[in-house]
Ligand binder design. Structure first.
Ligand code: NAG
Ligand code: NAG
Ligand code: NAG
Ligand code: ZN
Length: 437
């Protein structure tokens, strides 16, 4: 029979759990060796020159990596599912399975000849967090779900965060069906040849499907390393945008046409590039502008170029500032075109708003750092991540760990076992706490 005291105890206990004021997670023992071993095995699914890693969306290496991840998730007793674009979900059912789950994850594709940790740390780190919580007997209340995103990098189909954008509904089936890679292979064919034969449909994920999303990632810069701080707490993600500018002229013979008669689109592009640098130097702390790709046509040594096409990537944490820089840059480009008597066309590839990380989640990550006595630093993520899009639908947070000399997207990208250990401990603590909130 239930005594009054027992009822009181149960009531107080549930209040304690619900309020979570002094929630404490059992001592977590993260197995860094096991995690690094998994990272290295995943790194072997690569089409690049060792030690660089190349794993493009829906390639045979990507397919093998998917098989490996699914096997690892199943081995840890998680229930695995995927959607039509191949986002993989691995769920650890909580005692309240109907409550919105707590999600954590990142991507596992790479650019060409890239590193071992970008993205993969967030996928396998989430798995290690779950394994260590399971091993100490922790039982989640809200389910904890690992998400391994399809294609975050702008590698094969020229579009970043493909999986997360699809998931939150910011990339439609119609847009997906238009995508082709540089060999002319359609997204749809590539998808099906990787085994995703289910008909493409819009993702219908509900706003309350996840109560939180947390992504662990290497910083990809060196603020944490410079400051000697092991954990970075992301507060904002800068907003990316991409434009294409093309100048055209009549061309001509490199030997006969004198300089004063030329209408050279390459010189227009060059003048623009140096002007762009001056423009950005007005606010070098916040604005980033990059010309990363230049195509010169016809590209013969003996001919004046007839067209030059360049990519213009502009980012800022402040969207209005970014738009202002874009407008000033394009005005300048047009003025240069008039002066040099070449035509100009611009094309808008994409722009996205910046994301704010959820203050409640930032606070839980802070508490988790304190619980483990790790110092931390709040910072802005200038690269974008799947979190940029997850944040449009779910309360989102990001945990950064240092990477050596801030290097990323290169073969010698490196995060130390000690930093990985601290990152995963904070992630595990954060997921455990969020599962009881
Ligand atoms: C949480 O812990 C603090 C400090 O140990 C204490 O002052 C506070 O009363 C506790 N809160 C609850 C709800 O137990
Ligand atoms: C931007 O869009 C144009 C036109 O669709 C395309 O040719 C170009 O490759 C895109 N740029 C990038 C970097 O994807
Ligand atoms: C926490 O870290 C500080 C500074 O690193 C150290 O002095 C202190 O002893 C640590 N406390 C615990 C409980 O580990
Ligand atoms: Zn990444």
């Amino acid at each position: 029979m239930m005594t009054f005291q027992m009822l009181c105890f149960l009531f107080l206990f549930s209040v304690f759990i619900l309020c979570d004021a002094n929630f404490s997670v059992p001592y977590i023992s993260v197995n860094t060796e096991r995690l690094i071993e998994d990272l290295k095995i995943l790194g072997q699914f690569s089409d690049g020159d060792y030690p660089g890693i190349t794993r493009l969306l829906y390639s045979k290496e990507d397919k093998a990596a998917r098989r490996y991840l699914i096997a690892l998730f199943e081995k840890s007793g998680l229930s695995v599912s995927w959607d039509p674009v191949g986002n993989i979900f691995a769920r650890w059912e909580g005692s309240d399975p109907r409550a919105p789950a707590v999600a954590s994850g990142s991507h596992f594709d790479t650019l060409l000849n890239a590193g071992l940790y970008d993205g993969t740390l967030g996928v396998l780190g989430a798995l290690e967090a779950v394994r260590s919580l399971k091993e100490v007997g922790f039982e989640p209340k809200k389910s904890i779900e690992i998400v391994a995103f399809t294609s975050e990098e702008v590698s094969r189909f020229g579009i970043g965060c493909l999986g997360s954008r699809y998931l939150v509904g910011s990339l439609t089936v119609e847009e997906l069906l238009k995508l082709k890679d540089s060999d002319g292979v359609s997204f749809e064919n590539a998808r099906q040849s990787c085994g995703y034969i289910e008909k493409l449909r819009e993702s219908m994920i509900a706003e309350d499907y996840y109560s939180a999303f947390v992504e662990l990632h290497i910083e990809q810069y060196h603020i944490l390393e410079d400051e000697g701080v092991p954990i970075g707490l992301v507060t904002d993600i800068a907003a990316p945008s991409l434009y294409t500018i093309e100048w055209k002229g009549p061309g001509g013979h490199a030997g006969s046409v004198p300089s004063y008669e030329r209408q050279d689109p390459f010189l227009a592009a060059s003048e623009f590039a140096l002007n762009l640098e001056q423009l950005v130097l007005k606010d070098p702390k916040n604005t980033r502008a990059t010309i990363g790709r230049v195509e010169v046509y016809p590209g013969s040594a003996g001919a004046i170029p007839r067209s030059v096409r360049l990519s213009l990537d502009i980012r800022d944490i402040n969207e209005a500032a970014r738009i202002k820089v874009k407008e000033q840059a394009l005005e300048k480009a047009a003025a240069i075109a008039r002066k040099r008597k070449v035509t100009m066309e611009t094309l808008h590839n994409y722009s996205y708003p910046p994301a704010k990380m959820d203050p409640r989640i930032v606070e839980v990550i802070e508490d988790s750092c304190r619980a483990h006595n790790f110092s931390y630093l709040k910072l802005i993520s200038r690269p974008f991540h799947d979190s940029l899009f997850m944040a449009t639908k779910f309360p989102t947070g990001m945990i950064f760990i240092p990477c050596k000399e801030g290097k990323s997207h290169v073969p010698d990208e490196y995060a130390s076992p000690e930093d990985i250990l601290r990152g995963v401990e904070v992630l595990a603590e954060t997921l455990a706490r969020l599962s009881y909130q």
